[in-house]
Design a binder for this molecule. Sequence first.
Ligand code: SF4
Length: 389
Amino acid sequence: MPDPKTDLLSLPPDEFEAALGDHFAARNQPAYRIEQVRKWVFDECVSNVGEMTNLPVAEREALSAAFSFVKPIADTVSRSKDGTVKHLWKLADGELVESVLIPTTDRLTLCISSQAGCAMGCTFCATGWAGFQRQLTSGEIVAQYRASRRWALEHDYGRISNIVYMGMGEPLSNRRALHSSLTILNEGYGVGARRITVSTVGVVPGILELAGRKEQFRLAVSLHAPESELRSQLIPLENRHPLEELMDALVRFDRAGGRRITFEYTMIRGINDAPRLASGLADLASSVDAFVNLIPFNPIPYQDWKASRGERIEEFRSVLEARGISVAVRVPRGRDIDAACGQLRATRVDANAAKGCKNASGPLDDPDMREGLGASANSGEDPTEANLT
Ligand code: SF4
């Protein structure tokens, strides 16, 4: 049964202050109570009202009665030899979602999920194979950040500097919760817009909507093939929003100014690494001044593909560099803990059920779901260094 209380974590700062203003006014409490709660939630990241120790006990009880906190439970915490940490979070209804902390020398990046499962069915992705369960609320997206931030500070990982929406799910298919969570993370928790990257397989209406925001959130596009026919074999959404339409949208996103586009190109041996494809990739990247990440394929269950050989990846890099494209070869992180998107969760669901989901048409046939208009919310650095897809 849905919780009748208002979820505090799902509220952008202006709505947060309005809701608390009404609450405290009705209880004849001074206005500074709002600021007290704001600090506990956004600055201290407390996980429940009981921790708000400068509030009188009666006010804590009244707050608990009126508001809820999404509090994911860490089902599994896996730490890689390379420092990467994956959390598998159990939500209130038992759904499992993943987030990953990726430390590097100069930053700590958090990769978060936007949906439980995913309807897109990309053939190279463990989440795609397992099917779609439901949309996450903005509070459930933000809760991954809050819980990861606490964990990182308690375990000497430092502060999270960057956030990438590259975990489970297609964020632009959950736009209501995505936009709300972007505002909350940016304005509430102070994560700079240029330090937040939204990753998509090409949901064109969502890209245009993101281009219309005043903040300069960054965009990563899972390209994976520079030709439509090949791309449609990897990303079924290509049949709905073909490359030509996607590139038109990216040109408009680029013209919005100040926002870098990154192309993600997972290199799969014998599938999308033919030498001629490198120049096609260069053509597309140069048209929108995109940064290109070449990512050796991370093997997944249900699929026997292999990563491209190192020399082929270098060949791609050379072609791109010769064309003046900024390019990086991504070093896979957390392989010893199944850190690629959806892998850990995939090991926790019944394999047969997962295959059944994948083969069912389900949400993929729902155009509202694909475009992110469905029951959302239940009713100068490489910005994407952390991509694990
Ligand atoms: S790659 Fe992204 S959009 Fe495609 S199935 Fe995986 S999570 Fe979904």
